[in-house]
Design a protein around this ligand. Structure first.
Ligand code: MTE
Length: 331
């Protein structure tokens, strides 16, 4: 994020198509029918044709059993960004700082076995294996906007469940005010954690009420399949009303604390990346405006920029969390 090549602060990718939401939804419905064994071979070949037409990629990842989300605000009617853009234009500095690096390098990430330690100010600290986490609550399909601090955005069909499902089970103490998210930093499988670009591991944090908000998603997949490595496999956080960097990838520890966690980007440049980092078109980054964004997949460099929405369009759902706060001070 500190590395910029264009006036709006990021590397531009080539333009590409976008998958309309209804096509994606139709494909999921077909996959579900096939899973129940109701549909026959004709249906299967139709689904395969649809999938191939809309989503071009080398291999297929394991399917996750998502159902349509019941959480208000989780679905948007905007077209979903193409799978190939979501998986080839990434920020995952453990694998390099160029947008294309994670797709190229993240194959070395070892995602099994995997566990997440849940600890700190809670009654029930525990180590959860990935399998434990997958079983903990039903997976939902959630289509969220992701707005990066650099000025681009995507619409991503995630699969996961509200982080609050896990938080409830571990019974936080009254003294727990914040949640810290620590992600994997393994120099053997993540080539760039030996670099000094950030102070590893990549750490993020939320206030307790933010972490408990139903929109905050413990995320295992996208496009109905397990997460590709470059998108934060096997489990990540997605906080749709905050800039993308708050959504830590390849999570290994969740710690409940009474102090605001020191987060990776805040430690790197405190005047540029605050703890809150709510998407806010009225508060500029010190080096560029946050008023507009470029939707990845929409006509490349010459596409009209969109207006960035307060809290990334989730103001009705999350605005109340910040009532009375000076968001210029707590940026
Ligand atoms: N998590 C880790 N561990 N390392 C990172 O470099 N980058 C963040 C966030 N999570 C990052 C991370 C940033 S800047 C963004 S915009 C999002 O991941 C990008 O997520 P995506 O590549 O799935 O779109």
């Amino acid at each position: 994020m500190l590395i910029k090549t264009a006036s709006d602060g990021f590397n531009h990718s080539a333009s590409s198509d976008i998958t309309p939401q209804r096509v994606y939804a139709g494909r999921r419905d077909l996959m579900k029918l096939m899973a129940t064994g109701v549909a026959g071979a004709a249906m299967a070949s139709m689904a395969a044709r649809n999938a191939r037409a809309q989503v071009t990629r080398a291999g297929k990842l394991a399917a996750l059993p998502g159902v349509k989300s019941g959480v208000a605000g989780a679905l948007t009617m905007e077209p979903v960004t193409a799978y190939k853009d979501i998986t080839s234009y990434n920020n995952f500095y453990e694998f390099g700082t160029d947008k294309a690096d994670p797709a190229e390098n993240a194959h070395t990430l070892k995602t099994s076995p995997w566990s997440v330690d849940v600890e700190g100010l809670i009654k029930k600290p525990a180590r959860y294996t990935l399998e434990d986490l997958l079983k903990l609550s039903p997976q939902e399909d959630r289509i969220y906007r992701l707005r990066c601090v650099e000025g681009w955005s995507m619409v991503i069909p995630w699969v996961g469940y509200s982080l609050s499902e896990l938080i409830r089970r571990v019974e936080p103490l009254g003294s727990a005010k914040y949640v810290e998210f620590v992600t994997q930093a393994d120099p053997k499988t993540m080539p760039f954690v030996t670099s000094h670009v950030l102070d590893w591991p990549y750490v993020e944090g939320l206030r307790m009420d933010e972490a408990l908000h139903p929109l905050a998603l413990l995320t295992f997949g996208l496009y109905g399949e397990v997460l590709p490595n470059q998108d934060g496999a096997p489990v990540r956080i997605v906080v749709p009303w905050k800039y993308g960097f708050k959504s830590g990838k390849s999570l290994v520890k969740i710690r409940f604390t009474d102090r605001q966690p020191a987060t990776a980007w805040n430690k790197a440049a405190a005047n540029e990346y605050g703890f809150y980092s709510n998407v806010n078109p009225n508060v500029d980054h010190p080096r560029w405006s946050q008023a507009t964004e470029r939707r990845i997949g929409e006509g490349g460099l010459f596409a009209k920029r969109r207006k960035t929405l307060m809290f990334n369009g989730y103001e009705a759902q999350v605005g109340q969390l910040y009532a009375g706060m000076d968001l210029k001070k707590y940026f």
